[in-house]
Design a protein. Structure first.
Length: 126
């Protein structure tokens, strides 16, 4: 084997290990959760067929207020999921659309690329 190929092979191995499978068939969403985080707190609505069925909100503690906005957005999404967990479970929701005005937070959740502490929190909800 050519020694110059080894870095390429290692790159491919790393990419394969980091791969997160995606569904090829998209299920239609059964519910939509719209979430937002502000410097002082978070809030969310849960909708089914364009009808609001639940609301959740809360405030940040002093430590959370000092966190970067992306971290607060991810934390808000996890808090919202926890708040709606019983409703989602009882409704047997298999496909949930999460709407957030923070595309970085959504990307980080989809790719498991948030800070280690936030990833642990997301996995607990997941």
């Amino acid at each position: 084997m050519n020694k110059t190929a080894i870095p390429d092979i290692n790159w491919w191995i790393a990419k394969l290990r980091a791969n997160i499978p995606a569904q090829l068939i998209q299920k239609p969403s059964q519910m939509t959760m719209t979430t937002d985080a502000a410097p002082s707190g978070w809030g969310s609505t849960l909708e089914k067929e364009s009808e609001m069925i639940a609301i959740a909100h809360g405030t940040w503690n002093k430590r959370q207020m000092k966190q970067p906005s992306n971290n607060r957005e991810i934390k808000a999404i996890t808090q919202d999921l926890r708040s709606f967990a019983k409703t989602l479970k009882n409704s047997r929701v298999q496909s949930l659309v999460i709407r957030s005005d923070n595309s970085t937070a959504v990307f980080d959740i989809r790719k498991w690329r948030a800070s280690i502490s936030l990833i642990k929190e997301i996995k607990q909800v997941h």
